[in-house]
Design a protein around this ligand. Structure first.
Ligand SMILES: [Zn+2]
Length: 84
């Protein structure tokens, strides 16, 4: 007889579930070993690569607008501080 780690009552050694508190008594599965993955090369058709780059360029437009606006504000502040 072994004891349940949750409720401490005696259970059969072959029991997989505690009959009193229904705790799972099976040992936890071993953790998978840590493996390293190295990406050596990416096979991408030329057409797909062109589409990805076009989408990337279109997605960069709002970021450029925002950075340009911030740059304008900073330039105006610098000019106002230096040229008074
Ligand atoms: Zn139990």
């Amino acid at each position: 007889m072994t004891s349940c780690p949750a409720c401490g009552r005696a259970v059969a050694p072959t029991a997989t579930i505690c009959t009193f508190c229904e705790r799972d008594l099976r040992p936890p599965p071993p953790a998978p070993p840590i493996t390293r993955v190295a990406v050596v090369d990416v096979a991408l058709p030329f057409g797909s690569m062109v589409i990805v780059l076009l989408k990337w360029a279109l997605a960069a437009i709002p970021a450029l607008l925002i950075l340009g606006a911030i740059g304008l504000v900073l330039a105006q502040l610098a000019a106002a501080l230096l040229l008074r």
